[in-house]
Design a protein around this ligand. Sequence first.
Ligand SMILES: Nc1nc2c(ncn2[C@@H]2O[C@H](COP(=O)(O)OP(=O)(O)OP(=O)(O)O)[C@@H](O)[C@H]2O)c(=O)[nH]1
Length: 320
Amino acid sequence: MGEKKGFFSRLVEGLTKTRDNIVSGIDSVFHGFSKIDDEFYEELEEILIMGDLGVKATESILDDLREKVKANHVKEPAECKQLLIDSIKQQMQVGETAYRFEEETSVVLVIGVNGVGKTTTVGKLAGKLKEQGKKVVIAGADTFRAAAGDQLKEWADRSGVDMIGGTEGADPGSVVYDATAAAKARNADVLLVDTAGRLHNKKNLMNELGKINKILEKEYPQAYRETLVVLDATTGQNALVQAKEFSDVAKISGIVLTKMDGTAKGGIAVAIQAELGVPVKYIGVGETIDDLQKFDPDEFVNALFDVKNKEDNDEDADAR
Ligand SMILES: Nc1nc2c(ncn2[C@@H]2O[C@H](COP(=O)(O)OP(=O)(O)OP(=O)(O)O)[C@@H](O)[C@H]2O)c(=O)[nH]1
């Protein structure tokens, strides 16, 4: 409870710039218009697109809003705010099986370009799964950059989980092969695989991911597969381009959106889901382990609009 409350507060704080970017504009439309007409919807559309929500999500949100306005016989623009909030939440649902990998013997492949927070995410996830009482093994298959292995080892030691790594330049495939053997021998619940992110050489990346996938299929067929793409929210539309590139080379099952703190481009969380049809499963709002959390659309949209529902109020009361 305490941790969740803490996260909600950090989320509200982390989304300040995004809020300034989107919500203040939305508010000015709600208060600046005296009736709900085409111009009102056009103005809202422009603000949502400028706020990085993307054309697809924006259209779908506004279609839904129009229906809600009609069904509820709403006449005043200001009364639309809650309906809009509901429409955005609806747009972002994660799905009931999103975290199935936590319940099964699984392999979580973590991909993404360098610097997005991939290694940090693997470290944080390892710590979280360990806290849940899971047996975790990490494969440090980013042998391209020696520091990535060192950094991961630090996270592994801190969390008390096993890590299988390789020296700089070692074959990532052989690291993954050794890691599957270790995961099986140690009866691991989750094998987390950190990979190198050389997207500037797509062919290499494709070959490497293909090889890793083949090894996992052959050596560890019993494991449930999860493939998470880590994206840096501060890069806005570029993150969307990266996600599309990765979806060409791998079967992506979820997105991790890092660095939501300190960016005005947090609206990209809405766009990614709509454009790729892949849910955002985790978001990061800082560098500590508690700053990575499962993505909760209701919580996210409440934090974005800085509105509190009853649950959040209860958590505040609990924390006092
Ligand atoms: N502010 C903020 N910083 C973050 C977040 N997630 C990761 N970082 C920081 O981003 C930087 C890059 O993270 P890494 O984990 O090294 O990135 P990477 O993608 O693994 O990069 P390579 O190891 O080069 O492949 C680090 O300083 C992290 O602490 C976040 O949610 N918020």
